[in-house]
Structures are given as C-alpha cells and as structure tokens.
Design a protein around this ligand. Sequence first.
Ligand SMILES: CC(C)(COP(=O)(O)OP(=O)(O)OC[C@H]1O[C@@H](n2cnc3c(N)ncnc32)[C@H](O)[C@@H]1OP(=O)(O)O)[C@@H](O)C(=O)NCCC(=O)NCCS
Length: 169
Amino acid sequence: MQVKHPIDSVCIMTDIVLPGETNPLNNLFGGELLARMDRAASIAARRHAGHIVVTASVNHVAFNRSIPLGSVVTIEAKVSRTFTSSMETFIDVWIEDRESGEKTKANEAIYTFVAVDEAGKPVQVRPIEPQTEIEKSRYDAALRRKQLSLVLAGKMNPHDATELKALFM
Ligand SMILES: CC(C)(COP(=O)(O)OP(=O)(O)OC[C@H]1O[C@@H](n2cnc3c(N)ncnc32)[C@H](O)[C@@H]1OP(=O)(O)O)[C@@H](O)C(=O)NCCC(=O)NCCS
C-alpha cells in the first residue's frame, strides 16, 4: 500500500465564536469545541484513508485556555499514526489576537478514527510516515496511547499492553 505523510491529511478550519455557542461566562462551550474538533479531525482521517471514517474514541482533550466570545479560532487536525483500520489524529487549537493577528495555542486533543466500508465494517488504511520532529514524537507515542485507550475501554488486557507497561519499568 502507498505510504502517506501527516501533511497529506491536514485539515485547517477557521471560524468565529458566536453568542449561541458560549457558556454563562461568555466563553466557547466545551461541547461546541469538541464537535468542531471532531469535524476537522474526521476530515483529516478521511483524507488519509480515502474511506468513510467513524470516531472510535476521544483519547485526550486539554481545555488549557478559555476561548472568549468573538474569538477567531483555528483548528488544525492531522493524522499522527495509523494502525490497521484505526488512525490517531492530533488536533491543535489556536486563537488569534484581534489586533496583532498573532496566534496563541489554546487547546489540543487526540481522537481515534476507524475507516469503515459502506456496511460499517473496519477496512485497512495506508501506512503513514512522519516527517517533522513533532510528527515523529507523536507517531512514537501513539502506540501506548492506543493501548491505554483499549485498556480503559475494556478491549485489551492490561497485561498485554507492553508498550504502556514499559513506561513504568
Ligand atoms: C469503531 C468501530 C468501527 C470499531 O468496531 P469493532 O467491531 O470494535 O472493530 P475492531 O475490534 O476490529 O476494531 C477496529 C479498530 O478500532 C480500534 N479501536 C476500537 N475501539 C477503540 C478504542 N476505544 N480506542 C482506540 N482504538 C479502538 C481497534 O483497536 C481496531 O484498530 P486496528 O484495526 O487499527 O488494530 C465500532 O465500534 C463503531 O462503529 N462504533 C461506533 C462509531 C460511531 O458511531 N462514532 C460516532 C460517535 S457516536
């Protein structure tokens, strides 16, 4: 199968925070951000796979900074590693200073997607080869995140999570 690179899947979405999307503190509602990240990440995963993809799990979300009403938000999603049918996708969220246009990282998340056929059955995806330093470090850590996600979902015996166990030895 043809190897692809993380850059081939990149999806960048820029949007504004409107009044109906905020919490009582006038910051972006967390569920709204989760949905926006899911949309961007699913496009990235679909670009990599060339198939329908479904969200299998949300592995990590860090709401490090609140995002005020009126902010211009940029979400960048890229596939960081593929396995057989599943793909780990990294999402970085930036907000833009109204006057200078300077971007500050606000949040990040990691979602897992599975490529499926029309019947919803998992199908194999192409391998991926990281190129930049950050892509390489995300690629290297992805297997232990997958094992942790499977253990937490009750789909893997912790004794079989060798990569994860190696962290504590
Ligand atoms: C995701 C889904 C296709 C997995 O189906 P399944 O029958 O469990 O299939 P498998 O056990 O063969 O798993 C398929 C892949 O998903 C991975 N996977 C399943 N659950 C996972 C989890 N919680 N975390 C990480 N990976 C997971 C498996 O490791 C496997 O990866 P691999 O092929 O790369 O090794 C199925 O559970 C599904 O359709 N879920 C609903 C998805 C959906 O509707 N999402 C929208 C949100 S409601």
